[in-house]
Write a protein that binds this ligand. Structure first.
Ligand code: NAP
Length: 288
């Protein structure tokens, strides 16, 4: 199966490499074209623009930073709209708001093309090993057609119905995750400042009802100041911001998420946006 892939950041690079390793023919494009080279060394070919990738491939997958990036690859010069047509599909795995996804869906449908939103749960390592959870919505026919690729990318795919449902599910999940990381960071700092050993806190947490892979996986590194990015903090803050907007629309009071958003904003203002979202710990500590 031949697929196109747009966006070779942390997630896009890992996913497209995994597809190559599973025998897919992959044509890649990235805004910073030099980032394609590593994939080419593993057998990928390059498309000079999103339009060129779509021209070549029946199904193209996108994994872009945020709503402006997701819109740009569709609507800008050399974008997807120039080549999408009946028989061709676009699957957007970026985490965006439902409005962005709807706008893309409508534009692609107007050209006779097919669209699926498919944001993912899981980070760099699950992306490398095909263990993501895929939260798709949109055209069921495209979903069915893409199953061979989705089965390589993820350990489980959900089809959630109409466009927007995948985006909403993803924002809810990441709103919860961002709040958890913020509370975890506050707990680590509180334990240390009140004279406890935070490493013992990690052990206690891991033995109880709120044990989870995120605390277990990230906790020890956080205490050593290791925040090398798997999920960049700037994207976590974007996701809480978009989740809060969804809360506004639905009159859902979310004071915990609103407070967490402020901490992530502080972290960004301290220059921590490109580090892992665990770097919110440094903002809670009051250190850069
Ligand atoms: P990343 O490493 O920051 O990569 C972002 C990608 O978007 C890069 O390819 C970048 O191109 C491209 N991009 C940014 N602005 C653009 C624009 N205006 N036009 C075209 N391309 C643009 O991010 P990531 O971690 O891979 O995340 C990608 C998406 O997946 C985000 O929506 C994120 O929220 C979501 N996500 C991430 C994780 C994770 O753990 N990392 C997990 C689940 C979901 P350049 O190389 O040219 O900058």
């Amino acid at each position: 199966m031949e697929v196109g892939f747009l966006g070779l950041g942390i997630m896009g690079k890992a996913i497209s490499m995994n597809l190559l390793q599973h025998g897919f023919k992959v044509t890649v494009w990235n805004r910073t074209l030099s980032k394609c080279n590593e994939l080419v060394a593993h057998g990928a070919t390059i498309g000079e623009s999103p339009a060129e990738v779509v021209k070549k491939c029946k199904i193209t997958i996108g994994m872009l930073a945020d709503p402006p990036a997701a819109l740009s690859v569709v609507f800008d010069k050399g974008g997807i709209l120039e080549q999408i047509c009946p028989g061709k599909g676009y699957i957007d795995m970026s985490t965006v708001d439902p409005e962005t996804s709807t706008k893309i869906s409508q534009a692609i449908s107007a050209k006779g093309g097919h669209f699926l939103e498919a944001p993912v749960s899981g980070s760099k390592q699950p992306a490398e090993t095909g263990q993501l959870v895929i939260l798709s919505a949109g055209e069921k026919e495209l979903y069915d057609e893409a199953i061979p690729a989705l089965n390589v990318i993820g350990k489980k795919s959900f089809f959630l119905g109409e466009i927007g449902n995948g985006a909403k599910m993803k924002l809810v999940v990441n709103m919860i995750m961002g709040c958890m990381m913020n509370a975890f960071s506050e707990g680590l700092v509180l334990s240390e400042k009140s004279g406890l050993d935070p490493r013992t806190l990690l052990e206690v947490l891991d033995l109880g009802g709120i044990a989870n892979p995120m605390f277990r996986g990230k906790g020890p590194g956080m205490l050593q100041g290791n925040h090398s990015p798997a999920f960049p903090l700037k994207h976590q803050q974007k996701d809480i911001r978009l989740a809060l907007a969804l809360g506004d629309e639905n009159a859902v009071s979310m004071p915990v998420a609103a407070a967490a958003n402020e901490t992530y904003k502080t972290a960004r203002s301290l220059g921590l946006g490109d580090l892992d979202f665990s770097a919110v710990f440094e903002a809670v500590k009051g250190l850069k």
